[in-house]
Design a protein around this ligand. Structure first.
Ligand code: CAO
Length: 419
């Protein structure tokens, strides 16, 4: 016959007011004798509290963060038989022991369930969670804890498993796609051909571009900046600095405008690191350079601390270095955001591929004069097309529209760069 039984906190030594850090059961759960009900944490150790009975949880009186002592009511359970509890009987506080409900301390916390909460460099998790992870074959050290002080919870372990199961399976280290192999074509069958090997740079950048394209959910936001005033100023500067052999191209202004937008929208100056977003407080901007051997992306450091003229100089130096094959791996590392400018060549828009681990990239196309409707009349304005591709896991569409609109605003009124 079913019987209602209270389960109380058992003898936990001299500890009083001990924190509940994990509750492993909820109302309605069917549990077995010795199943862990909750985990308590003192300043020295974590302790699992096992169930003295098998049955169904009818009431739960404890939640994470509660402070408990020996005799505190944990839960009320409906048991199918009057099986005797595994261990000692506790005193029942009158206030929590209605006459119709029998009370029993949970089974005593056993020696092996007492473990240090943290041990050098290991995951912060209670013994029950470690056991739960072990049962599912999960390496707890790989699970990101969301509990207090970064503790790994049962939900964290379950989410880790769900995420792992949702990963696409394939051949390339778990990231490959299940697609058909490309058939081998005999092009010579259809006409004359010439075969040239890909350059080393093409092979490396091709593999990176492919990975970035298939693993990052890309969206591209398009906008236009009115750069009529910026161009007038650039030409004026160009005349002044031509004597010193410094060519000031629109790209130097774009570098500064991009930094202003990154400062206003820090999520664009970030990288994904597992389940964390790393927000960078420095502004190193990569610039795509077209070289005879393929695409290279040298990085200009600390763009926020440099002026337009210095950036124009550095841009000329670094792109010359890339084209002369003098660029080093270090010159291409540590970027936060990339600009790919095809403006000197042509085009109205394109969809640049994000340069991972960055989360966004600006594509710049060729500016051209357009009639813009202002104050009731069409006026000729020099409009610059902007294409911002962004990682949709990190940036949502509204933020991308705001970022791109702000970038256009800064380029349209470069006095804003001084703010
Ligand atoms: N609209 C119109 N004209 C533009 C322009 C724009 N958006 N951007 C540059 N120009 C003009 C410049 O003012 C310059 O004009 P003048 O020779 O009359 O002064 C001319 O185009 C050539 O500029 P540039 O190419 O010498 O200099 P830059 O600063 O614009 O670009 C660099 C430097 C290294 C980015 C560029 O040479 C380059 O390699 N671009 C290709 C990048 C690329 O391949 N991206 C694709 C990556 S994805 O496959």
């Amino acid at each position: 016959m079913a019987e209602m039984k209270q389960v109380l906190v058992p003898d936990i030594g001299d500890y009083k007011g001990v924190s509940v850090i994990e509750v492993m059961v909820k109302v309605g759960d069917i549990i077995n004798e010795e199943d862990t009900l909750l985990t308590l944490e003192t300043d020295k150790a974590a302790m699992d509290v096992p169930s003295p009975y098998a049955g169904v949880v009818k009431e739960l009186h404890i939640e994470i963060g509660d402070k408990v002592s020996q005799g505190s009511l944990i839960l009320v359970m409906e048991c199918n038989d009057a099986a005797s509890p595994s261990e000692q009987t506790a005193a029942i506080p009158a206030a929590v022991a209605p006459a119709s409900v029998a009370a029993q301390a949970a089974a005593p916390v056993v020696a092996q369930s007492v473990q240090p909460v943290i041990s050098g460099g290991q995951a912060h998790a209670s013994p029950a969670i470690r056991r739960f992870a072990r049962e599912l074959g999960v390496d707890i050290a790989k699970v990101q804890g969301s509990g207090e002080k970064g503790r790994v919870t049962k939900d964290d372990v379950q989410n880790f498993v769900k995420t792992a199961l949702a990963q696409p399976r394939g051949t390339a280290g778990g990231n490959g796609l299940q697609v058909l192999d490309m058939p081998v074509f005999d092009f010579a069958k259809y006409g004359a051909i010439e075969t040239t090997p890909l350059s080393r740079i093409q092979k490396i950048s091709g593999a990176n571009l492919h990975r970035n394209w298939v693993t990052i959910p890309h969206v591209t936001q398009f906008d236009e900046a009115d750069i009529t005033d910026m161009e007038a100023f650039r030409k004026q500067l160009g005349t002044e600095y031509a004597k010193q052999n410094i060519k000031i191209t629109p790209l130097a202004f774009m570098l500064k405008a991009v930094v202003a937008a990154l400062q206003k929208f820090p999520k664009f100056n970030a990288s994904l690191d597992g389940e964390n977003l790393v927000l960078k407080q420095y502004f190193h901007i990569g610039v795509a350079v077209d070289t005879p051997d393929g695409l290279m992306v040298p990085v200009l450091r600390d763009v926020d601390k440099k002026g337009i003229v210095q950036l124009a100089q550095e841009l000329a130096e670094i792109s010359a270095k890339a084209r002369e094959k003098k660029i080093t791996a270090a010159d291409m590392q540590g970027g936060c955001f990339t600009i790919s400018s095809l403006g000197g060549i042509g085009g109205t828009a394109f969809t640049p591929i994000i340069n991972a681990p960055e989360v966004a990239i600006l594509g710049v196309s060729r500016s051209c004069m357009k009639p813009v409707y202002q104050d009731g009349v069409f006026v000729p304005r020099l409009m610059l097309p902007l294409s911002v591709s962004y990682d949709h896991r990190v940036i949502d569409g509204a933020a991308a529209a705001r970022f791109t609109a702000y970038l256009a605003q800064v380029l349209s009124d470069i006095r804003r760069l001084a703010l």
